[in-house]
Design a binder for this molecule. Structure first.
Ligand SMILES: [Zn+2]
Length: 299
């Protein structure tokens, strides 16, 4: 991806404990680990939830696993070295990708007469707090609808390359574009509908619903990839990198890799074939309306 020299988003919050320098124009806020700051956050979440008439324990308990993407918790993270120049370059890259998602979705929303409010991407490198409970780096990047934050541990990208067999900067960009896709779903009410509906669903039904939600986020990521092409940001092989990532993180691929067989009723994100197909559909169609994974009989 030809990202160097492009503007970075200001909507990045760096909570990495080992981080050193930080460029101007970026939020830098540290949370007091287990201290008063954390308590204040929890209190705000709970009072905010009560004000909305929602059972706060439900928010804290039920939301994170829903959109905890690609995780599984099998990864182990041992002592992490202090960030080096390579990691700081990765921060620059993430900032540029996020900014490019803001440009695209601001345009799309403006075409519909709506102001786009961008998510904040929170960089973590250890267990941290989120509006959806504990943000654990080991479970992979995720979007939290309650605080509208994307939580990302940069170490995940090494896992994506080495453990999932999905190298390449555009595979990394796809992960962010997918999480931003969940933010779009949150803004337009899709996630709220899902959270409501799944309360009364059997696990298999809720999983099938979740797959539609996830495939739509992949389709939105494809729309973003198409935008990146129009902006002349793509290099040869970029789309192949994203499609390979979509293949490697398909539920069937992950299950076969980890346990030797796949159990379709437990799928929550879609198969390799589905994830690739919906990403490609967004990439080719470039239209939000083409990403309606809820309309088709078999997504
Ligand atoms: Zn997802």
């Amino acid at each position: 991806m030809k990202w160097r020299g492009r503007a970075r988003s200001a909507n990045i919050e760096d909570r990495r404990r080992g981080s050193a320098g930080w460029a101007p124009g970026t939020k830098r806020r540290r949370v007091a680990q287990g201290g008063a700051g954390g308590i204040v956050v929890i209190v705000i979440v709970i009072f905010g939830a009560i004000a909305l008439g929602i059972d706060p324990s439900e928010i804290l308990r039920s939301q994170p696993d829903l959109l905890r993407d690609i995780g599984g918790g099998q990864a182990t993270t041992t002592g992490r070295p202090a960030p080096d120049a390579g990691e700081e370059e990765l921060v620059d890259f993430v900032g540029v990708v996020l900014k490019e998602t803001e440009t695209l979705w601001s345009e799309v929303f403006a075409q519909n007469g709506i102001d786009y409010s961008a998510p904040t991407l929170v960089l973590i490198d250890s267990r941290d707090r989120s509006g959806c409970g504990i943000a654990d780096p080991n479970t992979g990047p995720f979007y939290c609808p309650a605080d509208q934050n994307i939580y990302l541990d940069l170490g995940f990208y090494e896992q994506l390359r080495a453990r999932f067999g999905a190298p390449g900067d555009f595979a990394q960009a796809y992960v962010i574009a997918h999480e931003v896709g969940h933010h779009i779903q949150n803004l337009v009410g899709t996630l709220g509908d899902f959270n409501q509906a799944r309360q009364s669903m059997r696990p298999e039904e809720a999983n099938a619903y979740s797959v539609r939600v996830e495939l739509q986020a992949d389709c939105y990521a494809g729309i973003w990839a198409s935008y990146a092409g129009r902006e002349n940001l793509l290099e040869r092989g970029d789309i192949a990198e994203a499609l390979n990532a979509a293949e490697q993180i398909g539920d069937d691929a992950i299950q076969i890799r980890t346990q030797g067989y796949a159990v379709p009723r437990t799928f929550s994100h879609g198969t390799s074939e589905q994830r690739q197909r919906w990403f490609r559909r967004g990439f080719e169609a470039r239209e939000v309306a083409e990403c309606d994974t809820f309309e088709v009989a078999n997504p």
